[in-house]
Design a protein around this ligand. Structure first.
Ligand code: EPZ
Length: 421
């Protein structure tokens, strides 16, 4: 199993180019099931998760080709199978999003209940409610969901989400695009990935209004066409490298990073004493000599502070002057990085959904273990600033969501390398 070895203390200077967003790319890949024409995704991140989604789609009959460069072509000329087995769904929650498109196009599907990062219970009740609102009949048995569309296919409907779930909003949008008539999603999630999916579905022929607000209206089509679509820049990768610069010090331009997708984070980083500003190429982040100041955050659905950047922010706060309170409101078990950061000398007390981080003068390198994707990268951030050597084990978590991480960081001067056992 690979591990990442970091010699801390090197400042980061230069530029990092931001990849396409993992969490958008995976849903865009599912959209390819909605049409018998090719879907070409550009700025496609090469990640373990996108490969995994590709395997599942291939099993369903989709031809999946990578290249040239960061491009992927998916062609679902014919759906060969509407069954997504446990082995191909359990590892990654986004694979569950094939259910809606399959039912919309083929009238029925059987998909295993999902797995994914161990950050909380993560049920799929809202996804199923959304499909039911479009007329699907849902049955649960032996860990599988079987969904059947009425004769004549799914029909537009009113979907009211009690919580603005990202996955359920996307799932509803995918299915509604190939349902007859109008669907309305109330209390829809407003994350930039929703806007990206809306743009893609609209280019495929659906009429989509209101993405980015709490009410999305979709006029479904009997047939959707192929599309060439550029995946939106990854706001969490942008946030992660910004926080790496905050921790290690230096001056880095995040090329392609979208300023408007991380405004609450930028405010928190400014409050903490880090320079962040929009630049021609994207976002510039710098910290040269100034001390980080303890800053409180609370995770919220977009446009609030993203839960996917909470661990990385905590890593920076471990070295701040003063105390920070970090509250996690999206997932109930998303502080698994706290004990690992403590191994590096951090002072963190977790009480329920709140972590109290008392800043220490410096962290000291140590062997640590990655537990989930964002937790893993928070350990890399801490390692960049720690004195001496940090070894991050179980790197496969990182490979799920960060493209060429060591390469991007070492280009800016980080002493970081991958070792294989
Ligand atoms: C997406 O997960 C992302 N994953 C997550 O990123 C991200 O943390 C999350 O949105 C919030 O921004 C992908 O896009 C693949 P939710 P998702 O549905 O869609 C509860 C990462 O590290 N809920 O908005 O699963 C749920 O348990 C990952 O890249 C239900 O109760 O998030 C959670 O507490 C981790 N019933 C809350 O809602 C449901 O049917 C938010 O979940 C659905 C969700």
């Amino acid at each position: 199993m690979d591990r990442i070895v970091i010699q801390g203390g090197a400042k980061l200077n230069g530029s990092i180019s931001i990849s396409g967003a993992k969490n958008s790319a995976l849903k865009l890949m599912a959209a390819a099931l909605l049409t018998d024409e090719p879907v070409v995704l550009t700025r496609m991140p090469r990640l373990a998760d996108s490969r995994f989604m590709g395997h599942l789609l291939a099993r369903l009959g989709v031809s999946v080709e990578e290249g040239p460069g960061p491009e992927m072509t998916l062609h679902a000329g014919r759906i060969a199978d509407t069954y997504a087995p446990y082995d191909l769904v359990r590892k990654m929650r986004a694979t569950f999003n094939v259910l809606g498109p399959l039912v919309a196009r083929e009238g029925r599907a059987k998909v295993s209940l999902p797995g994914g990062c161990a950050i909380g219970a993560r049920p799929v009740d809202l996804h199923l409610k959304a499909l039911e609102a479009l007329g699907a009949q849902i049955e649960l048995s032996e860990g599988y969901v079987e969904a059947t569309a009425p004769k004549g296919g799914l029909v537009g409907g009113e979907i009211e989400l009690p919580f603005a779930s990202v996955g359920a909003t996307e799932h509803a949008m995918l299915a509604a695009s190939l349902a007859r008539g109008e669907s309305v999603i109330d209390n829809a999630a407003r994350e930039p990935e929703i806007g990206d999916l809306a743009d893609c579905l609209a280019a495929m022929g659906a009429e989509v209004e209101g993405a980015g607000t709490s009410t999305i209206r979709i006029q479904g089509r009997e047939r959707l066409s192929g599309v060439r679509h550029q995946v939106v820049a990854d706001r969490i990768e942008t946030a992660t490298y910004a926080l790496a610069v905050a921790a290690a010090g230096g001056d880095v331009e995040l090329e392609g990073g979208r300023w408007e997708h991380n405004k609450v984070l930028w405010r928190a980083m400014s409050d903490a004493g880090v320079t962040v500003e929009p630049s021609d190429a994207g976002v510039r982040v710098a910290r040269n000599g100034s001390q980080i100041v303890g800053t409180d955050i609370e995770t919220q659905p977009f446009p609030g502070f993203p839960t996917d950047a909470q661990a990385q922010f905590m890593a920076v706060m471990t070295m701040a002057e003063g105390t920070s309170v970090i509250r996690e409101t999206i997932f109930e078990n998303r502080f698994m990085h706290a004990p690992e950061l403590t191994r590096l000398g951090a002072d963190i007390a977790v009480h329920g959904n709140e972590a109290i981080v008392r800043g220490v003068k410096s962290l000291k390198g140590a062997p640590v273990m990655a537990t989930d994707l964002r937790a893993s990268v928070s350990l890399v951030i801490a390692g960049l600033a720690a004195e001496g050597e940090t070894v991050v084990n179980r790197v496969y978590h990182l490979d799920r969501g960060f493209e060429r991480l060591e390469e991007k960081l070492s280009k800016c001067g980080a002493q970081i390398r991958r070792e294989s056992e």
